[in-house]
Design a protein around this ligand. Structure first.
Ligand SMILES: Cc1cc2nc3c(=O)[nH]c(=O)nc-3n(C[C@H](O)[C@H](O)[C@H](O)COP(=O)(O)OP(=O)(O)OC[C@H]3O[C@@H](n4cnc5c(N)ncnc54)[C@H](O)[C@@H]3O)c2cc1C
Length: 310
């Protein structure tokens, strides 16, 4: 294989939402520093938001505070959270939303010209182009180099510290070594940890991107890094015939989760995210699956709204 060696002050692995935003933030704050953003797909359409998004699910709406958000997350995660990390994000949500709007993201407004909210912590957006918008912003900074189609496989350690990484091109026969003073890993989650519950042809269909394979976790564990915040893992809740974030249908049109006997079961387990996921698996385990989203009460207007192209 051909070998390439590249160095930068900051190496960012994974150019999804977090990786692109990290590159933008670092480029603005330290224009004298060089940043290398390495992505195994193409930052214009990669990761969770490759196909877009319809809401910013993290916003401090009027009358609420970042601390309220921490409390909400604490309840939803049954107390298993790192308060400091959640708070540091919550304090920047609104600044980040305004920044995205400046970049060109369409955030819907109400009649009074205020951001239109969906639920307590969400803003409605026309987000099908959020990744191309972020990618275009990344490209505005001359101190950022983007390397697409390179899969990173391991960190390089020097004196017990991460000082770079190795990887290979998924298009050409090229092996890469990267050296950096600091490394940020933003490779997303581990979609394939649990097997999708779909039959036959749909076996591998999932709404979380299957290409987020947990590579970043594996690299961290192999390098001996402290892996923090892993007590609470995101597991996509799966109801029969719904290969989508369940909340999109459940919240959007009030479709209730029911078991195979048509019994609503969510209240029995609690309405937190973890409670709803646990309840669904418990119902299946106890022979009352598969679970469905009850859509019989959905009005024709709501249905039209669901299938309406954005
Ligand atoms: C279908 C769907 C709908 C969603 N809807 C919403 C919504 O409406 N509102 C909302 O706020 N959130 C929503 N989310 C959640 C949100 O999209 C994610 O929380 C967020 O994008 C995660 O960002 P990330 O940068 O951590 O991961 P990602 O954006 O997934 O980025 C990870 C990147 O790392 C790259 N990568 C992985 N491994 C490697 C490797 N070894 N080497 C190099 N690159 C690698 C991937 O290709 C990818 O580009 C949704 C998610 C999905 C999947």
């Amino acid at each position: 294989m051909k070998r390439e060696f590249l160095s930068a002050d900051l190496l960012i692995i994974g150019g999804g939402t977090a990786g692109c935003y990290a590159a933008i933030t670092a480029a603005r704050r330290r224009p004298e520093r060089s940043i290398l953003l390495v992505e195994k797909a193409d930052i214009r359409r990669s990761g969770c938001l490759a196909a877009g998004v319809n809401a910013l699910n993290a916003y401090i709406t009027e009358g609420r505070t970042p601390q309220d958000y921490v409390e909400f997350v604490r309840r939803d995660a049954e107390g298993v959270i790192r308060d400091d990390l959640v708070l540091s994000m919550a304090e920047r949500f609104n600044e980040c939303a305004a920044d995205l709007e400046r970049m060109g993201l369409v955030i819907l407004k109400d009649a009074a010209g205020k951001y239109a909210t969906r639920g307590k912590w969400n803003l409605k957006i026309n987000g099908e182009n959020i990744k191309p918008i972020l990618a275009a912003e990344v490209r505005r900074y001359s101190n950022v180099i983007v390397l697409n189609h390179v899969n990173v496989t391991d960190y390089l350690l020097l004196g017990g510290r991460v000082r770079g990484a190795t990887g290979f091109s998924v298009r050409e026969e090229t092996a890469y070594s990267f050296a950096a003073r600091a490394v940020i890993c933003a490779t997303g989650g581990a979609a394939g940890l649990y097997r999708p519950n779909n039959p036959g042809f749909s076996r591998h269909k999932m709404w979380y991107p299957p290409f987020n394979t947990g590579a970043g976790y594996a690299m961290g564990i192999r390098a001996g890094a402290e892996m923090t915040g892993f007590e609470m893992r995101f597991v996509a809740l799966r109801c029969k015939d719904t290969i989508a974030p369940t909340g999109t249908i459940a919240l959007g049109v009030g479709a209730e989760q029911v078991n195979a006997f048509g019994e609503p079961y969510a209240l029995r387990y609690g309405l937190s995210t973890s409670g709803r996921a646990y309840g669904t698996t418990q119902e299946a385990r106890e022979g009352r699956g598969p679970c469905y989203l009850q859509t019989v009460g959905v009005t024709p207007e709501q249905e039209t709204d669901l299938i309406r192209p954005i």
